[in-house]
Design a protein around this ligand. Structure first.
Ligand code: A3P
Length: 343
């Protein structure tokens, strides 16, 4: 860790990461985006409208159209640093929580989690960790170079679409993935989309989840891409489930910290509890910063849309037993023989 110095306010600062992305992002927008470079390629891809989103089928996954050019640039030009940590998730499966936990764990020397000035008490987790997919879509990837190491970044792309230097065995950067029971993901996604499209019927979102035409879907292929990678290389890819995080947050925080190369020492038990408390659903939802406005790349979404209910099993309030059995059946069939199961 780099030595601490002081800033203009005479507060100690450290030159090592992670630092909140908002502190290095000057808000500038480049003149050119990858859209101009790869527009023709994108226009030739299969297309599907899903509620408010236009999707394109790219390398086996339905990506939001505006992500495709950035994904190509990410795949071709991203240069990972050996100590990078990429937080990956299927949307609505605990991304915000994982971002908060990872930031709190990795930044705990500079920012003790119980401290009243902790960045997560004044910034939404999406302002602390940059969202690769939107950063590259907007041509803003040079901003990632400004982050001190170790860098934390997040993506919704499947493992198979990540750049070769991240996925190949010779690399050293790490990937943490969080997934969730697809039934709860479907309900969470519907509530999220309804913030922009209040009349959206649940049946529409449900059908899209079942046939795979959801953002970065099919969900089973997404989950399996990380499951297989974690099975093949457990030191490089950590596979977490939202339900396990709810059941045993402290155990998962210790595991996450060890995986990211910052294990909690025996005398840090209080810090583990402080991280869990700081990042708990009730605490985060109750913070003023998470109640109003928009964050990071999610300028179209109010911050409170990321903190709805935070439980497992809410699907039962939205799906008939037949719908649940149908989605469970599709997912079970796709995951058969892989050693991974949700129900
Ligand atoms: P629900 O809609 O089921 O409540 P993502 O961050 O990937 O968009 O996922 C959002 C889901 O995670 C939402 O689920 C949200 O309430 C839940 N969530 C957000 N922060 C959380 C936290 N700190 N602890 C537990 N769940 C959280």
């Amino acid at each position: 860790m780099a030595p601490a110095t002081t800033n203009n306010n005479n507060k100690p600062v450290t030159k090592s990461g992670p630092v909140p992305f908002k502190e290095v992002d000057d808000g500038s927008v480049p003149d050119h985006t990858p859209k101009e470079e790869f527009g023709e390629l994108v226009a030739a891809l299969p297309r599907k409208q899903q509620s408010i989103l236009e999707l394109r089928l790219y390398q086996g996954f339905w990506l939001p159209e505006h992500w495709v050019p950035g994904t190509i640039v990410f795949q071709r030009r991203f240069a990972p640093r050996p100590d990078d940590v990429i937080l990956a998730s299927y949307p609505k499966c605990g991304t915000t929580w994982l971002k908060a936990l990872a930031f709190a764990v990795m930044a705990r020397d500079a920012h003790p989690p119980a401290h009243p000035d902790h960045p997560l008490r004044r910034l939404n987790p999406h302002d602390c960790i940059p969202f690769i997919d939107e950063i590259f879509a907007g041509g803003e990837d040079a901003k990632l170079d400004l982050l001190p190491s170790p860098r934390l970044m997040n993506t919704h792309l499947p493992f198979t679409l990540l750049p070769d230097p991240v996925t190949n065995n010779g690399g050293t950067c790490r990937v943490v993935y969080v997934c969730r029971d697809p039934k709860d993901m479907a309900v969470s996604l519907w509530h999220f989309l309804r913030r922009r499209h209040p009349d959206l019927p649940f049946a529409d979102t449900f059908e899209s989840v079942c046939d795979g035409t959801v953002p970065v879907g099919p969900v089973w292929d997404h989950v399996l891409s990380y499951w297989r990678a974690s099975q093949a290389n457990q030191d490089r890819v950590l596979f977490l489930k939202y339900e396990d995080l709810l059941r045993d947050p402290a155990g998962n925080v210790r595991w996450l910290a060890a995986f990211m190369g910052r294990p909690f020492l025996a005398d840090e038990e209080a810090a583990v509890q402080d991280v869990v408390e700081l990042c708990s659903f009730e605490k985060m939802k109750g913070l003023e910063v998470n109640k109003a406005g928009t964050s990071g790349a999610y300028k179209a979404m109010p911050r409170d849309a990321f903190f709805r209910k935070g439980v497992a099993g809410d699907w039962a309030n939205h799906m008939s037993p037949e719908m649940a059995a149908r989605l469970d059946g599709v997912v079970r069939e796709k995951l058969q023989g892989t050693g991974l199961a949700f129900s």
